[in-house]
Design a protein around this ligand. Structure first.
Ligand SMILES: [Zn+2]
Length: 326
């Protein structure tokens, strides 16, 4: 067996290997290290790379990765799982989407891949991570959340050929009904689309909400769905569960809040809205209703802002366009 090495996690035989990968340095010169777990099976095979907290406050993903890794038994595996449960750790510690150490460049790590060794703080971190991903991964699963605990939708890179086929396979095996086959040119700079450009099928699960907005039921459900992905790509033995057919979209519409204020949404995820339907109401500081906000497009609600206050320009609603059930 050839050595698989990500930072100090070194797997040269079957088993579980924990370690850390240095991705940057803090302003005081101390290392920024992120946790890595490699679980390697008795036989070589596919390498499923998974990571979470590319956005630091999307904690549900970390719990998903931890739970899945705990469920693995190297003796029954063909291939390897490489898990990085907290990618953007300085943001994670600060309870923020982006790193507090990002000074001048784009701090959204999911727009920084494949990274840049001469770029800003987040681009340099992404570069270190991506070099390892590109070297080892045959499949990528990236965990995100939206705002609310009821979030459950997914994306896969649909850039053609085997990348699309592999992405579709993971999407069907994970089985979140609402799924966006993501065309080239969308989500540029995401780990998913960067991996796809390098021939690696890639999948994003949007499971649960920001911060504490998720339940351990979600984590348990995701763990079983991930095990089904691992069965579908041949890492775990056993029958692949067939979930309900996917509802796919032509793309998504991502609308920002046109104004600030106290805000209560009147939608939930998974429902259909028509353009012009009321999706939430603003209130002024005296408690009077101060205008409705309407859906900017027709489609399925994938995510929405929960309030209770909304800054102007924050993401208000995410709508999947032209839903089609295959
Ligand atoms: Zn995210």
């Amino acid at each position: 067996m050839q050595l698989i090495e990500v930072g100090s996690a070194r797997a040269d035989k079957a088993g579980r290997f924990d370690g850390a990968l240095k991705v940057a340095e803090h302003p005081d010169g101390s290392p920024v290290e992120i946790p890595v777990t490699i679980v390697r099976g008795a036989k070589d095979g596919p390498v499923m790379w998974m990571h979470a907290c590319v956005h630091g406050d999307e904690y549900c993903g970390t719990f998903n990765v931890h739970s899945f890794v705990r469920s693995l038994d190297p003796a029954e595996m063909t291939g390897t799982v490489i898990a990085l449960p907290i990618l953007n750790i300085t943001a994670f510690r600060a309870y923020h989407r982006m790193s507090p150490f990002e000074g001048f460049n784009n701090g959204d790590m999911n727009r920084c891949f494949p990274g840049n060794p001469n770029g800003g703080f987040t681009e340099q971190m992404a570069h270190v991570v991506y070099q390892h991903l590109k070297k080892y991964a045959t499949h990528l699963v990236d965990f995100h959340t939206a705002f609310t605990a009821d979030t459950r939708w997914a994306l896969y890179a649909d850039t053609g050929g085997d990348v699309s086929k592999g992405g579709r396979l993971m999407a069907e095996a994970f089985g979140y009904e609402n799924t966006l086959p993501t065309p080239k040119g969308t989500l540029v700079g995401s780990a998913m689309m960067s991996a796809a450009a390098d021939g690696i099928p890639a999948y994003i699960a949007e499971a649960g909400g920001l911060g504490t907005s998720f339940s351990m039921e979600t984590v348990k459900d995701v763990t079983e769905r991930l095990r089904n992905v691992a069965r579908a790509i041949g890492i775990l033995p056993g029958e692949v569960t067939k979930y309900e057919p996917l509802t796919t979209f032509s793309n998504f519409h991502w609308a920002n809040a046109p104004r600030g204020g106290l805000f209560r949404p009147s939608v939930r995820t998974g429902i259909q809205v028509q353009e012009g339907d009321v999706v939430g109401t603003y209130y002024n500081l005296h408690g009077e209703a101060d205008g409705d906000v309407t859906a900017p497009a027709s489609g399925v609600v994938l995510a929405y802002h929960p309030g209770p206050i909304i800054p102007q320009g924050d993401v208000l609603i995410h709508i999947g366009l032209n839903p089609q059930t295959a």
